[in-house]
Write a protein that binds this ligand. Structure first.
Ligand code: FES
Ligand SMILES: [Fe+2]
Length: 295
């Protein structure tokens, strides 16, 4: 597994614009410097113009990359020390490991630029206090109003929302309790990912800051297998359509909050007890900013 910044070492042109595909080499569109899959500079037109330049110093910048839980993880900057990814993910590893995501099918994949801080976008997934208000005609009916279980696995946070059918567990022995049919679980993997576990499919979110008040939201909807029947296709499509509406309800509010922040009306927010997931998330960000969080 290898990951590189797609930035040409000559004069910085972008090597690739395709989001995915297969290639044996990467050729720069500007002056056709060419790089191998090992990131090394393989060739350039009219090399006489670069006589004496050490080509071994002109390879692509490599980023740390790993495969864990069937997902590819890339650190988007070059660290100054070795990263122990397993130690980092360990507090949250149990649930994503048991989901067997590597055998899932990417049913839908989308990306949305948003005019809101990445932190505001995270907040929509860290509490359920807003569900029956912001999602009154969509997600509200699917969950018990304002009921959440938060686990602080610092810096990661697990947020589980019980569904009304959880009543069926009353009186059943604890060994028979299994979370998945009865909870929506939002596993926040610090700093920028969620593994959101639904009853029979999973969403993977990545929230990428692009400026102080802008970010990009990327999402994949994973189904246990490729839908093979019309019925299965309809079922997952309906879930996809609904989640797009629900997420958009959050994003419209989030972009409004960003505008409000820009106005200077608020210098801080008030987190209530039901919103402790936000508190845990904010504590982790504070720790990272103050250098207390070691990767
Ligand atoms: S910038 Fe890439 S070859 Fe010139
Ligand atoms: Fe929401």
């Amino acid at each position: 597994m290898k990951a590189y910044l797609k930035v040409c070492h000559h004069r910085g042109a972008r090597l690739q614009n395709e989001p995915c595909g297969k290639a044996r080499t990467f050729s720069c569109p500007y002056h056709s410097w060419t790089y191998g899959l090992d990131g090394k500079l393989r060739g350039m037109p009219h090399p006489a113009g670069f006589e004496g330049v050490d080509r071994s110093q002109l390879g692509l910048v490599e980023l740390p990359a790993w495969e864990r839980f069937g997902l590819i993880w890339v650190m988007p900057s070059v660290p100054d020390h070795e990263i122990d990814i397993d130690a980092w993910l360990a507090p949250m590893a149990e649930q994503p490991t048991n989901l067997d995501l590597g055998s899932h099918f990417v049913f839908r994949k989308w990306e949305l630029p948003k005019n809101m801080s990445w932190r505001l976008l995270l907040e929509g997934f860290q509490e359920s206090y807003h569900f029956c208000h912001a999602h009154s005609t969509t997600a509200c009916a699917g969950y018990l109003d304002n009921q959440s279980v938060h686990y602080n696995y610092g810096p990661h946070v697990r947020h589980s929302l019980p569904r009304p059918n959880i009543e069926a567990l009353r009186g059943k022995p604890k060994e028979k309790w299994y979370y998945r049919p009865y909870f929506l679980t939002q596993n926040y993997l610090f700093p920028a990912n969620f593994v959101q576990v639904q009853n029979d499919h999973v969403y993977i979110h990545t929230v990428i800051p692009t400026g102080t008040g802008t970010c990009v939201f990327q999402c994949m909807m994973l189904t246990p297998e490729e839908p093979k029947t019309e019925k299965a296709l309809k079922y997952y499509s309906k879930n996809y359509d609904l989640i797009r509406v629900v997420f958009e309800e959050d994003f419209v509010i989030g972009e409004g909050i960003q505008k409000g922040l820009n106005s200077g009306a608020n210098t801080g927010f008030t987190f209530g007890k039901y919103e402790c997931g936000l508190q845990f998330g904010q504590n982790a960000i504070d720790a990272a900013l103050e250098g207390r969080l070691k990767i």
